[in-house]
Ligand binder design. Sequence first.
Ligand code: B12
Ligand code: SF4
Length: 541
Amino acid sequence: MHETAEMKVLLARAPARFLAGSGRPSACLPLGLLHIAAVLEKNNVAVEIYDGMMNATKPVSTDANGNIHMGDSWEEVEARIRESKPEVVGITCPFTTQVENAIRLSKIVKKANPNTFTVMGGHHPSASPLALLLDVQSIDMICIGEGEYTMLEVVRSLERGVTPTGIPGTLDRMDVAGGKFTRPVPHILELDNLPLPSYHLINLEDYFSLRKRGFVDRPIVRGTGAERAVSIVTSRGCPFRCVFCSIHLHMGRKWRAHSVEYVLHHVDFLVDKYGVRHIHFEDDNISSNVHRFRGILDGLIKRGTRVTWDTPNGIRVDTLTRDVLAGCKASGCVYLVFGVESGNQRVLDEIVEKRLDLQAVERVAKWCKEFSLDTGSFFVIGFPGETRQDMKDTVGYALRLQRRYDVNPALFVAIPYPGTVLERIFSERNLLRKELSAEEMLGIARGSMVIDGDTFLGRDIVSMRKRLFRWYRFNIVLNFLSFLVRRPSIAAMTAKFLLKHARIGEMGEVLLEILLYKNYILGASGAGKRLRKDGKKESSR
Ligand code: B12
Ligand code: SF4
């Protein structure tokens, strides 16, 4: 048995940065840190979480150029680090787009005390460990992949007075000095051995009110209680090889999952302890094992749909049968997002390598409509080798799905993130004059920048996106009007809901929410009906 640890551990996330003109900033729980903290706590390590992205009183500030800084000011960050006096700081950096602020945080830590040991982990450091370590002297170690047991080993080593080195799944300064640049990255096979995330280390209430305070988080339906939403991940890893995707770099290709019992216990815990009303399942492949997925759905149904849920990160359409969709509906699903990526089968097969049959998409979309399940879909354009016509096909396909089956499209632009096949393709075809900076990637992700491909121009992407958004808005209103014509009594309810839950300035936004979730909000969904009827508490079945 270990004695109570004396090491002072701080797990931290830096404030975020968003470019001018790129819409409202997005925020979410620091999930990686909550998971790591749980394992440390279970092993008697005292740990704090500092989320620099979350400032409850002054959420954002804007610089002279209109760029948005989200969270504590850098002075506040420094004050917090000095006050905490940590001996080891673990910094999370999930996105390449946010790496600059994560680096700045590591510099502040070292400035406050050069002896503090700093570890950086998360998706981006896992994808570019060596470059980060070589460029940034304020980082002592990079964690590649899952950080729960790695961080524990780091702390144990420091407790013994030994500078951590050679830990599996890490890269450190001694490795680099000795010319060792890689080491096998272990993945956690038995996810059920992990404790539930340490939610008590943050104030969940701050995250429930993100929307009210001007951020975009995962979509929810305002006024239904579903604001009390938490993102959870019930499985890790993905065996597929879509060229733009990089999740294998930190989560590996082997799909691993929590058991049905663990997931249901997690949901119960969130509902009972924190009054959570909605779950965002953020898995990359929640339904890979249909038997397990069905088990989760059955468990939720048995509980009387204590929560509603959605899959905002996308779900593989080809895992969904009619029967599974019926289970989704009955268990409180309010929104399913399909990862489709392209509306052109050749592009899907030969360029994206998604291994998805577009016919399956139409089939599933049709069933969802029959079940009155609100749905959305992700598309990506701008892949090298894609022609203007291919992109047009995708836009046309997305709009057709919307018109026929009410599937709301979201259109992204292909970005060559570090370590992806797409990055290799961009570089082999000489499509970038220089390596893209994090800021440029942020610009592409948020729509303020585009790059020319070999078979199209950047401006083609801009016009495709404009075209999609124009028709998307038109279709959504048209679909909704035809829905109202078929159910006139609902028109009055909509107006009432709008007046009750929206301030004048946000009318448009709330109306869009209603349009997106029309089945749920207007009561065609069982869960929606219960939530609306009794206001705060849902009845069980
Ligand atoms: C949920 C999610 C989001 C959510 C919220 C994420 C959050 N919690 O803050 C939102 C909607 C905000 C989001 C936005 C975006 N996302 Co996203 N997102 C995800 C997703 C699906 C899950 C992340 C997650 O919470 N995982 C669960 C936790 C437990 O895992 P984790 O954070 O990775 O942490 C573990 C390890 O990484 C490690 N670790 C993490 N931190 C630390 C720290 C230390 C010290 C140590 C030791 C270890 C460690 O240990 C943790 C436990 O094992 C991932 C895909 C994936 N499977 O990871 C994509 C992913 C991270 N997103 C991605 C992208 C591209 C984006 C966007 C750019 C999309 C867009 N076009 O706008 C934006 C960026 C927004 C921004 N702020 O700039 C890419 C990142 C690629 C890259 N190189 O940056 C990913 C990998 C998806 C993909 N298919 O490639 N995203
Ligand atoms: S996009 Fe989805 S299916 Fe494709 S590799 Fe990434 S996680 Fe897997």
